[in-house]
Design a protein around this ligand. Structure first.
Ligand code: UDP
Ligand code: MG
Length: 313
């Protein structure tokens, strides 16, 4: 790449985890699009997120042929969020495009994204019209999650919007400033603001390999999203505390009154058991919520780097 020209550069960040079968197809598709945009210089930045297959070999093979290809090989699997951050940190583009390596994100909308960028938009993102083949359970849980998130956090986090987006350098620099270890990038995009533009996309099926997200990973991501963008659960605990104290106080008056006026003998074993179990449950739940936030604080205070690089080109 000739650094002396004043051509603008567009970087494409491609996080890859076990995508050996997709890399070369993806490259061919991207080449096809890029060939129409020779007025820009391109940087294809592959992040190998500790794949256990031959993904890195595929990338290196391409890199030998094409000098616009760069790669970062992480020392192990750090997760997509960290891989994307590694990409943002090392991208040189005036605009940065983030997309999945499994060809689920249609490359055909890239020209449209670039058009909006040229018109002055800073953050152009794809919104899924069709979520691809997903189980009803995943779809339902996703819906519930976004509902909770949008009702409890102060900023609006958009559902059905993935990581397929073109960001201006301004946004990239802003995202790089945020060094939290447990990242929830989808929330961060909304948090930074800037001029946004939505594009509707038809998300395809994964071309080869299988998704790295199981329900457990998604649940973890969801908890991360909520605990990093909202303190509503903590406030809810406080409200529950007040409510129960109030109810307990009323019940106390009632019992006292009954004992004094009617002199009732001691009874009510079932009531006791139910109350103890129920309140015990609520207490453990509240401790759990506290624990979630505490673990976030714990992880942040360690200030570990979000990823480690084994090799980069
Ligand atoms: N990915 C990654 N690290 C991971 C998991 C996934 O870099 O630990 C990449 C993966 O290679 C793909 C993208 O993130 O390019 C999206 O992953 P996937 O297709 O598994 O997620 P889904 O499309 O099912 O949400
Ligand atoms: Mg995918």
């Amino acid at each position: 790449m000739d650094e002396t020209t004043d051509k603008k550069i567009i970087t494409i960040i491609l996080p890859c985890y076990n995508e050996e079968k997709n890399i070369s197809i993806l490259y061919r598709e991207l080449e096809r699009v890029i060939s129409h945009f020779r007025k820009y210089d391109w940087e294809l930045l592959f992040i190998n997120d500790g794949s256990s297959d031959l993904t890195i070999n595929e990338i290196v093979k391409l890199q030998i042929k094409d000098e616009n290809i760069k790669y970062i090989d992480l020392s192990r699997n750090f997760g997509k969020e960290a891989a994307m951050l590694a990409g943002l940190d090392h991208s040189i583009g005036d605009a940065v495009l983030i997309m999945d390596a499994d060809l689920q994100h249609p490359v055909d909308v890239i020209p449209e994204m670039i058009k909006y960028w040229e018109e002055g938009y800073d953050d152009i993102y794809g919104k899924r019209l069709y979520r691809g083949k997903e189980s009803w359970l995943r779809r339902l849980l996703t819906r519930i999650f976004y509902k909770i998130l949008s009702n409890t956090s102060k900023i609006e986090i958009l559902p059905d919007v993935g990581d397929f987006r073109l960001l201006d350098r301004k946004c990239v620099d802003a995202l790089k400033e945020m060094r939290e270890t447990e990242r929830y990038t989808k929330g961060l995009y909304c948090w930074i603001g800037f001029k946004k533009k939505e594009i509707l996309i038809r998300q395809g099926e994964r071309r080869a390999g299988k998704t790295a997200w199981n329900l457990r990973a998604l649940f973890k991501l969801a908890l991360n999203g909520i605990t990093s963008f909202s303190s509503a659960p903590l406030q809810l605990m406080f409200t529950i505390g007040i409510l129960f104290s109030f109810l307990a106080f009323c019940y106390l008056l009632f019992i006292l009154f009954r004992t004094v006026i009617y002199g009732e003998p001691v009874r009510g074993f079932p009531t006791l058991v139910i109350l103890i179990l129920f309140l015990g449950g609520v207490q453990i739940l509240c401790f759990g919520v506290l624990g979630l936030y505490l673990s976030r604080i714990f992880n942040e205070t360690k200030k570990r780097p979000p990823y480690i690089i084994r090799e980069k080109s």
